[in-house]
Design a protein around this ligand. Structure first.
Ligand code: PLP
Length: 439
């Protein structure tokens, strides 16, 4: 079955990019735990280095095990090619630095993972890159913040804690009019959303989350949609459209033309990955391939369980507010319905009547549910963002990203629903009765 014929995610997740090992017949993708690859001849080596021929040189730049994962996730997202990296953070960093130099700016949604916020608000300043944060509630905010030095827009499909789906189609359309590509972090909504189909140019993932699914490995992925005309807006993208002194003056948009619309991802690989050096390990790629095989099935169960938990919490007398797309109305719900297929995701937030103290007591009372700084595990997870994941942000920044002092975040797993609700229920009771005892 060729990759072209595969359109269903359930099939792509199992088959894209690999059939069997030509030398051994191995059906499982072998772990090529090697740093380097033997060249056939000096001419072969020279051709590989000159990109006259694509092939394996050194595992920092490419590796056959990692290559299968890259092909599979590119196929799932409907992109043309992908680059695996060591973490979601590395994916965000490289996806943006691949287009930006000192003096440039990007426009980002305020609704971001705390680590991305720090990278954008603080560390990118070190590199002379300005990040202009705008409220995604009104997509026109992106147009208003754009100038001649704007190199990309950046946002998350389903950002926690607000869990309001980003207006991908609207902002991508604005970007295409102004010549600015939209990079989407699709970590929280694999399978449910395909941002490239809504007009995004690049998708990134922290594969650490749902794709891995079992809490074993840190990894990231950048997928090139191959659908953005870099040359048409060439003045915005000198890194892709003018000679690269680090590669004998190659102009990436021209050099890769015979290979397809992959200028962005080739530069990410042979310049960003070569120089910044944050590759995914082959062993982790193998584990992500294992996770990917069951991702469509797991997402179904994650979403079905989350719907039931949202309804349980919404009807609980001690819960004052539940945040989940299934409970949203108006524009937020319309955006969720326009962009998500097959469910509203596994992430959820809620607040207890007793505020921050009750929230902490609730977390300390959990028995089965894990208290960890992660999302997207097969197990149900909980955390108090204000004192953990978002603690490095100021109170004002926390409020801008939607973190209130009493907010508890849940990542609903694939356990039996009765056991999830049973643990939540006893922890809610414990949090409340301890509060009563203290009064
Ligand atoms: N993007 C999102 C939405 C995340 O939740 C995370 C991590 O929590 C990241 C990116 C960063 O990924 P990693 O932890 O793999 O570096």
């Amino acid at each position: 079955m060729s990759d072209q014929k595969m359109t269903n995610p359930e099939t792509i997740a199992l088959h894209a990019g690999w059939r069997s090992d030509p030398s051994t017949g191995s059906v499982a993708v072998p772990i090529h735990q090697t740093t380097s690859f033997q060249f056939d001849s000096t001419e072969h080596a020279a051709d590989l280095f000159a990109l006259k021929q694509l092939g394996n040189i050194y595992t920092r730049i490419m590796n056959p095990t990692v290559d299968v994962l890259e092909k599979r996730i590119a196929a799932l997202e409907g992109g043309v090619a992908a680059l695996a990296v060591a973490s979601g953070q590395a994916a965000t960093t490289m996806s943006v630095l691949n287009l930006c130099q000192a003096g440039d700016n990007i426009v980002s949604s305020t609704d971001l993972y705390g680590g991305t916020w720090n990278l954008f608000a603080n560390t990118f300043k070190q590199f002379g890159i300005e990040v202009r944060f705008v409220d995604p509630e009104n997509p026109d905010n992106f147009a208003a913040a754009t100038d001649a030095k704007t190199r990309c827009y950046y946002a998350e499909t389903l950002p926690n804690p607000k869990l309001q789906v980003f207006p991908i189609a609207e902002v991508a359309a604005i970007g295409r009019r102004l010549g600015v590509p939209l990079i989407m972090d699709n970590t929280a909504a694999p399978i449910l959303c395909r941002p490239l189909a809504h007009g995004a140019a690049v998708v990134m993932h922290s594969t650490t989350k749902f794709i891995g699914g079992h809490g074993t490995s840190i990894g990231g992925m950048i997928v090139d949609g191959g659908n953005f005309d870099w040359e048409k807006h060439g003045e915005r993208f000198p890194l892709l459209t003018t000679p690269d002194p680090s590669y004998h003056g190659a102009v990436w948009t021209e050099a890769v033309k015979p290979l397809g619309p992959i200028a962005y991802i080739i530069r990410a690989r042979v310049v960003m990955q070569r120089d910044l050096g944050a590759p995914m390990s082959p062993f982790n790629a193998f584990l992500f391939l294992q996770g990917l095989e069951t991702l469509p099935l797991r997402m179904e169960r994650h979403c079905a369980n989350a719907l039931k938990v949202a309804s349980f919490l919404a009807n609980h007398p001690q819960v004052t507010r539940v945040i989940h797309p299934s409970l949203q109305e108006g524009t937020a719900r319309a955006r969720a319905d326009a962009h998500l297929r097959g469910g509203y995701g596994a992430l959820m937030g809620f607040e207890l009547a007793g505020g921050a103290e009750a929230g902490k007591r609730f977390i300390d009372s959990l028995r089965m549910i894990y208290h960890v700084a992660n999302i997207g595990d097969a197990r149900t997870l909980a955390i108090h963002p204000a004192s953990t994941t978002h603690s490095q942000l100021s109170a004002k920044e926390q409020a801008a990203t939607g973190v209130t002092p009493g907010y508890v975040r849940l990542s609903i797993g694939i356990e039996h629903i009765d056991d999830i609700i049973g643990d939540l229920s006893q922890a809610l009771d414990a949090a409340t009765s301890r509060k009563k005892a203290a009064e």
